[in-house]
Design a protein around this ligand. Structure first.
Ligand code: AGP
Length: 608
C-alpha cells in the first residue's frame, strides 16, 4: 500500500523525507515523490520506480525548506507513471496532496470539476482532492481540507500543503492510518511508525475522520465538525535499531533469525509457571464473557490465516470451545448465525488489513464480541476490538511475514491455554505446556543452526518450477504457509496440501522435477505421513522431509532431511515453519529476487 511521510520542523525537510520514504519501501510501491515548502515557494519532484531514482533526481536540486510531504505510490487508479505519482496538485500548483486509500466517488466529482473548467493532469482519484481543497481554500487550509472531506466517499490518509499556508502540513484520516510523531526537531506524520522511528518514538494516533494541523512547534487535532481534540502522546516500543538491517543482507533473514527473541517477547510477563496459567491483561475487559465462550471464529488473511488455521487445532486440543477459522475476504459473504456469546478473534500483523477489518464489522453486526491478536499498537483493527493481545514482535519490515507468524502462534497458544485452564485442562497439563513454551526459543535456535544445510537443499532444487508441500493436522497449515513463502519471495509455483488428499488428485503431479516438502514430526500422523512419502518416492518424486531429530525411518526414505527437536505435538508448527522460511529465502536468493520487496506485493493490504 501507499506510504506517507510528512515533516515540519527546524531541519531541512528534503533529507528527512527521502530517508522516510526508504523506510516505507517495504510496503511495496511503483513510484514516489516529494514536495518541500520554503515560505510561499514549493518545489516538487516525482519519479517512477525505486526511491533511489527519486533521490538521484533531487540530489543537487535546490529544495530549500523545513516542511514537506512525501509518498510512495502503489497504483490503484491509473498506471504507474510520473503524472500519476504523488504529490498530486491543483491547476495553479498551489495545493500539493499525498493520499493513501481510494476515493470511491471520484468519477462523479471529477465530472463536476471538469464541467467547472478544471483540466485534469492525471488518471488518479487523488487529483480530485487537490482541486477540491484549492476551491475551498480561503486562507485556512484545515478548513479547506475539512470541507473536502465532507464531499468525498471512500478512504484516505492525506497530507496537504498550500503555497499560501507556509510552515504547516494538514493531515486527515478516514480508513487509512496516520500517526503523528513528536520530536525536539519538529513534528512528523507517517502511515506507519517505521518511517519516523529513527527520530522519535513518541506518537499520537489520528483517529477516524480527524484532521490535524501540524507545525514545527505544535499540532492541533480536530474533528470533521471542527471540534478541537486533545490527545496525549504514546511511546512505541520500537527503536531505530529495529528498522536497521544490523549486518543481515535482507530484513527477511534478519527477522527469521529474530524468532527466538520474538517468542520470548510474546511470552514475557505472561506466564505463571507454578499455576500452569498464562496472564493476558488485554482480554480482561471481556473476561467474564470470554471464559464461558463455547464458540469462537478466527479470521485473518494470508500468513495470519495460516496461523489461525494452526490455532484452530490448538483450541480444539486445549479447550472445549467449538472453533472455526475463516478467510476474512470470504467471511463477509457467509450467512452468519452466531450462537450466543460467540467471540471472533481477528489476527493481523499490520492491524490494517481491509478484508480482516470488514469481516470484524460484519461479525459485530451479527452480535459477536471482538478480540484481536495484533502486532501494531493503536492500529485500526486493535481499535475495533473489545479486547486483545499485542504480539510485541517489533516492526516486521520484510513483506513476507516470518517472525510475526511464530509470534501469532505463541500468542494464540497462550490464549487457548488460558481458556483451557478455566475449562478441563489440568494443572499438570498447563505446567507442561508452559514449560514447553519456555523451551521453544532455544529449540528454534537449534533449527536455525541448520541454515547452511537448508541453503544447500535450496541450491539443489531452486531451479524446479513447481513444488508441493504436505502436512497433516497441526502441520497442514504449515504446508500452506511453506508454499506461500516460496511463492511470494522466489516466484516459484508451489502448492500446500493436506497429505491425506494426495490420492484424491495431487499424486498425479509427482515427477522427478517436482520436490515435495513433507512435514513429518513424530506425532500421531507419523505413520500416515510415511506412507505418503513412500507413494511419492515410488513415483520418483524427490522428498525434502522436515522430521523429528533421530527419525531413522525418514532418514532412510527421504532425499533430504531437515531435523527439528521433539516438542509437544501442538508446538511442532513453530519449529517446522522455520525450514520452510529458510528454503523460500535461499531459493529467492539463488534466483536473485527482490526478497524484501517482492514484485506486486505490499506489506499491508489496506484496500479490499
Ligand atoms: C505474508 O507473508 C503476506 N505478506 C501476507 O499474506 C500477509 O500475511 C497478509 O496480507 C495479512 O497481513 P496482516 O497480518 O497484516 O493482516
Amino acid at each position: 500500500m501507499c506510504g506517507i511521510i510528512c515533516y515540519v520542523g527546524q531541519k531541512d525537510a528534503k533529507p528527512i523525507l527521502i530517508e522516510g520514504l526508504k523506510r516505507l519501501e517495504y510496503r511495496g510501491y511503483d513510484s514516489a515523490g516529494l514536495a518541500v515548502q520554503d515560505g510561499n515557494e514549493i518545489s516538487c519532484y516525482r519519479e517512477l520506480g525505486k526511491i533511489a531514482s527519486l533521490e538521484g533526481l533531487v540530489n543537487g536540486q535546490p529544495m530549500e525548506g523545513t516542511s514537506g510531504i512525501a509518498h510512495t505510490r502503489w497504483a490503484t487508479h491509473g498506471e504507474p507513471s510520473v503524472q500519476n505519482a504523488h504529490p498530486q496538485r491543483d491547476q495553479a500548483e498551489n495545493v500539493f496532496v499525498i493520499h493513501n486509500g481510494i476515493i470511491e466517488n471520484y468519477h462523479l466529482l471529477k465530472k463536476r470539476l471538469e464541467k467547472e473548467g478544471v483540466a485534469f493532469q492525471s488518471e488518479t482519484d487523488t487529483e480530485v482532492l487537490a482541486h477540491l481543497i484549492s476551491s475551498h481554500f480561503d486562507g485556512d487550509l484545515a478548513d479547506a481540507v475539512r470541507k473536502t472531506m465532507g464531499q468525498v466517499e471512500g478512504t484516505f490518509g492525506l497530507g496537504v500543503i498550500h503555497r499560501h499556508a507556509p510552515d504547516q502540513v494538514v493531515v486527515a484520516r478516514r480508513g487509512s492510518p496516520l500517526i503523528i510523531g513528536v520530536s525536539d526537531d519538529g513534528h512528523f506524520v507517517a502511515s506507519d511508525v517505521s518511517a519516523m522511528v529513527r527520530y522519535t518514538n513518541k506518537v499520537v494516533h489520528l483517529q477516524e475522520n480527524e484532521l490535524a494541523t501540524v507545525t514545527a512547534d505544535d499540532f492541533f487535532i480536530s474533528t470533521a465538525q471542527a471540534q478541537r481534540i486533545e490527545r496525549s502522546t504514546e511511546t512505541v516500543e520500537w527503536s531505530a535499531e529495529d528498522v536497521e538491517l544490523n549486518g543481515f543482507p535482507h530484513y527477511m533473514l534478519k527477522e527469521i533469525y529474530e524468532q527466538p527473541h520474538t517468542i520470548k517477547n510474546a511470552l514475557r510477563g505472561r506466564l505463571e509457571p507454578g499455576e500452569g496459567v498464562p496472564k493476558l491483561g488485554g482480554i480482561m475487559p471481556v473476561w467474564e464473557d470470554l471464559k464461558n465462550c463455547r464458540h469462537m471464529v478466527l479470521v485473518a488473511c494470508g500468513t495470519s490465516f495460516y496461523a489461525a488455521s494452526v490455532a484452530k487445532y490448538i483450541f480444539e486440543k486445549l479447550t472445549e470451545i467449538d472453533t472455526e477459522v475463516g478467510l476474512a475476504s470470504e467471511f463477509r459473504y457467509r450467512k452468519l448465525n452466531f450462537p450466543p456469546n460467540t467471540f471472533m478473534v481477528a489476527i493481523s500483523q499490520s492491524g490494517e488489513t481491509a478484508d480482516t477489518l470488514a469481516a470484524m464489522k460484519e461479525a459485530k453486526r451479527k452480535g459477536a464480541r471482538l478480540l484481536g491478536v495484533v502486532n501494531v499498537v493503536g492500529s485500526s483493527i486493535s481499535r475495533e476490538t473489545d479486547g486483545g493481545i499485542y504480539n510485541h514482535a517489533g516492526p516486521e519490515i520484510g513483506v513476507a511475514s516470518t517472525k510475526n507468524f511464530v509470534s501469532q502462534l505463541t500468542t494464540l497458544t497462550l490464549l487457548a491455554l488460558l481458556l483451557g485452564r478455566h475449562q478441563n485442562l489440568s494443572l499438570t497439563e498447563g505446567v507442561r505446556a508452559i514449560r514447553a513454551l519456555e523451551a521453544l526459543p532455544e529449540q528454534v535456535r537449534e533449527v536455525l543452526g541448520q541454515a547452511s544445510h537448508i541453503e544447500a537443499i535450496a541450491e539443489k532444487y531452486y531451479h524446479c518450477t513447481n513444488w508441493l508441500f504436505l502436512g497433516r493436522k497441526y502441520n497442514y497449515p504449515i504446508a500452506l504457509e511453506g508454499a506461500l513463502k516460496l511463492k511470494e519471495v522466489s516466484y516459484i509455483h508451489a502448492e500446500g496440501y493436506a497429505a491425506g488428499e494426495m490420492k484424491h488428485g495431487p499424486i498425479a503431479l509427482i515427477n522427478p522435477e517436482m520436490p515435495t516438502v513433507a512435514v513429518i514430526p513424530k506425532d500421531e500422523m507419523h505413520e500416515k505421513m510415511l506412507s505418503n512419502i513412500h507413494e511419492i518416492k515410488s513415483r520418483k518424486g524427490p522428498v525434502i522431509a522436515i522430521a523429528t531429530q533421530g527419525d531413522e525411518k525418514v532418514r532412510d526414505l527421504a532425499d533430504d532431511v531437515i531435523e527439528i527437536p521433539h516438542v509437544l505435538d501442538f508446538l511442532t508448527p513453530m519449529l517446522a515453519v522455520i525450514p520452510c522460511q529458510l528454503l523460500a529465502y535461499y531459493c529467492a536468493k539463488f534466483l536473485e529476487r527482490d526478497i524484501d520487496k517482492p514484485r506486486n506485493l505490499a506489506k499491508s493490504v489496506t484496500v479490499e
